[in-house]
Design a protein around this ligand. Structure first.
Ligand SMILES: Nc1ncnc2c1ncn2[C@@H]1O[C@H](COP(=O)(O)OP(=O)(O)O)[C@@H](O)[C@H]1O
Ligand SMILES: [Mg+2]
Length: 252
């Protein structure tokens, strides 16, 4: 595999009394697509959220272990969580543009970081929209409300919003689950294109999607990491019986 950018080490997460992640270990390779797979409720989203500390806000959530990003533990004291979420951005299951214009959605992170120079903001917005394959669709309606775009364009706008702050890693939690097959295909193509420059971790319950786009797959079950490896190998020659049962559709 590619050199890991993220190393998840002995990660345990409790929601109150519920043990949601059980001693999870996983390496995420640079400029690869890693797919987290497994039946609903196994902890995929929880694990994904640990990678940019989105669980911090959940009351009663307790995390032990380490998530090393470029060698440093994200959970160490003194980590700048806002800065971290720019470097490790997130795209959610339902497109969630802000109730602002197309332009302001993409410019949002720049404004928060205090970038005011108009030409620079314009340049970043255009570059990000191009990067998310959206520019040609929206260049003539940058002032229109983002929520009026078709759903797949809203999702690509959310990708553009993440790209604008120049992340290294993009986390995607079932980014196609609200989309039809044609829109899904567009997002998948986009992910393959983004892989040239970014590390991507995607949660998907769609086995075909995982096998089409991911370089590595990690199979989880009831909070445990059962098996991780190259996608082709994992899908054709799983080493654990439970992985085999899942990918052949015997449960989940
Ligand atoms: N905020 C929360 N509070 C309590 N339990 C939660 C919370 N989020 C998720 N869980 C529980 O943790 C388990 C894993 O959930 P999740 O990570 O969403 O699974 P997946 O994404 O694989 O469907 C589930 O049993 C779920 O009910
Ligand atoms: Mg989930």
């Amino acid at each position: 595999m590619a050199a890991p950018v993220i190393q998840i080490e002995n990660l345990n997460l409790h929601y109150g009394a519920f043990h949601a992640l059980k001693n999870v270990n996983l390496a995420i390779g640079a400029r690869e697509i890693t797919a987290l797979i497994g039946p609903s409720g196994c902890g995929k989203s929880t694990l994904l959220r640990c990678l940019n500390r989105m669980n911090d806000l959940v009351p009663g959530c307790r995390i032990e272990g380490a998530v090393r990003f470029e060698e440093k533990d994200l959970y160490a004291r003194g980590v700048d969580v806002c800065g971290l979420r720019k470097r490790i951005g997130m795209v959610f299951q339902r497109p969630n543009p802000f109730p602002l214009s197309v332009f302001e959605n993409v410019a949002f992170g720049l404004r928060v970081s205090g970038l005011t120079d108009r030409a620079s903001v314009n340049a970043v917005v255009e570059r990000s929209l191009r990067g998310a394959w959206l520019w040609d669709y929206v260049k003539d309606k940058l002032g229109a409300p983002a929520l009026e775009l078709p759903l797949d364009q809203q999702q690509r706008l959310c990708v553009a919003r993440v790209l604008a702050v120049e992340p290294e890693v993009i986390l995607m939690d079932e980014p196609c689950s609200a989309l039809d097959p044609i829109s899904t295909a567009k997002i998948e193509e986009l992910m393959l294109e983004l892989r040239a420059a970014y590390t991507i971790v995607i949660v998907t319950h769609n086995m075909q999607q995982a096998s089409r786009i991911s370089d590595r797959s990690a199979f989880m079950l009831m909070g445990e990491m059962i098996e991780a490896g190259g996608t082709l190998g994992l899908f054709t020659k799983p080493t654990d019986k439970r992985t085999e049962d899942y990918i052949t559709g015997r449960f989940g």
